[in-house]
Design a protein around this ligand. Structure first.
Ligand code: NAD
Ligand code: DAU
Length: 339
């Protein structure tokens, strides 16, 4: 079977490609990626020459290029990761989020309708449900929780989800959607909380914590997310949404303190900065549906996962130091200087 993976030069997409090539070597993986600031071909260096792997640089919004690829490869499945993924960037510049996350999704599904597909899988996010209050630990997002978004990023992802369900109902496209909580692990772009704090810690730079650092996220090791998607595309039901989460809620400040402790640095590096606009307070996923239907459970506990992640960033300095020495410097200055 041929699986088209979009956004495979990014964080989760690349980890998913490694997972598939290891666990299903009989399948062929075709990766389509535009290589935006967040995509990095060097991440895929170990698989680029494999006979059952092909990389194509293209924009999912480029209908002609996408159709051409479908004509050449006739994928059996599409697993759609490609997206603008950073909330802070969406607050600065919403336009590209609407273009890539909504219009790009429509182009891919049009290609699936035109050429046929066994499964189109949309990689979505728990952010489509909005946020939960800190004082109601009993509340969790289920698949029935209404969509209620806060940022341009989450609104674009929710719009894409609605479009996916519309293509299922209107055209009978065989779709599935997964909505996952915050991922962490190897190859995450250093603009996101955990790698940013690791990189700053190692450079003895201030650690910019938004607001009071009390916002809560439900952290999941990236390989567990990849395993869940693999189960859904192979055994999950068509037309269904599956929530994926780690049952691992943590306040940002506790994550930052843990990273400082693991790296033997002082808490004096913590700097509280102006809060993110519209900042979601708490995300928490109820993953009982995917557990009951597909037997999925997170396997990597946070204490182990964060150690493995810190180790990876220590062992792969070249990967992220190259990134933060480029245009990222301008981004960092714009977002954090005088904040
Ligand atoms: P990322 O930003 O690390 O990677 C995105 C990839 O998509 C990059 O390789 C980029 O080059 C590519 N891309 C962007 N625009 C494109 C376009 N127009 N055409 C082709 N390729 C394009 O993102 P990530 O963190 O790996 O997230 C992947 C997916 O998972 C996203 O859809 C995101 O919404 C979703 N998600 C992420 C998390 C998380 O914690 N990171 C959690 C839940 C869901
Ligand atoms: O929940 C899933 C989502 O998780 C995904 O859909 C998104 O693609 C992904 O980026 C992530 O969104 P968040 O906004 O939760 O992740 P981020 O790493 O940007 O921030 C995590 C928390 O840390 C959030 O409460 C904001 C805070 N933060 C972040 C940064 C970058 C800081 O306090 N300081 C920072 O410098």
């Amino acid at each position: 079977m041929t699986i088209l993976v979009t956004g495979g030069a990014g964080f989760i997409g690349s980890n998913f490609i490694f997972y598939e090539l290891e666990h299903h070597p009989e399948d062929r993986i075709v990766c389509l990626d535009k290589l935006t600031y967040a995509g990095n071909l060097s991440t895929l260096k170990d698989v680029l020459d494999l006979p059952n792997f092909r990389f194509i640089r293209a924009d999912i919004c480029d209908r002609e290029a996408v159709y051409r690829l479908f004509e050449e490869e006739h994928p059996d499945m599409v697993v759609h990761f490609a997206a603008e993924s950073h909330v802070d960037r969406s607050i600065e510049n919403p336009g590209v989020f609407l273009e890539t996350n909504i219009m790009g999704t429509a182009v891919l599904m049009d290609a699936c309708r035109k050429y046929g597909i066994r499964r189109y899988h949309q990689v979505s996010t728990d952010e489509v449900y909005g946020d939960l209050p800190l004082d109601r630990p009993d509340l969790l997002f289920t698949e029935e929780t209404p969509l209620h978004t806060s940022s341009p990023y989450s609104s674009s992802k929710a719009s894409a989800d609605l479009l996916v369900m519309a293509y299922h109902r209107t055209y009978g496209l065989p779709v599935s959607i997964s909505r996952c909580s915050n991922n962490y692990g190897p190859y995450q772009f250093p603009e996101k909380l955990i790698p940013l704090m690791i990189a700053n810690c190692l450079a003895n730079k201030p650690l910019p914590v938004y607001g009071k650092g009390l916002n809560v996220r439900d952290w999941l090791y990236v390989e567990d997310h990849c395993k869940a998607i693999d189960l859904i595309i192979r055994n999950g039901r068509e037309g269904e949404v599956y929530n994926i989460g780690g049952h691992n809620e943590m306040a940002n400040i506790d994550i930052v303190k843990l990273i400082l402790k693991e790296l033997g640095k002082s808490e004096d590096l913590i700097t509280y900065v102006t809060d993110r606009k519209g900042h979601d307070m708490r995300y928490a996923i109820d993953p009982s549906k995917i557990h009951a239907e597909l037997g999925w459970l997170p396997e990597t506990m946070f204490a182990e996962g964060i150690r493995k992640t810190i180790r990876w960033y220590l062992d792969n300095r070249e990967w992220w130091e190259t990134i933060i020495s480029g245009e990222y410097k301008d981004y960092y200055r714009k977002m954090y200087e005088n904040r």
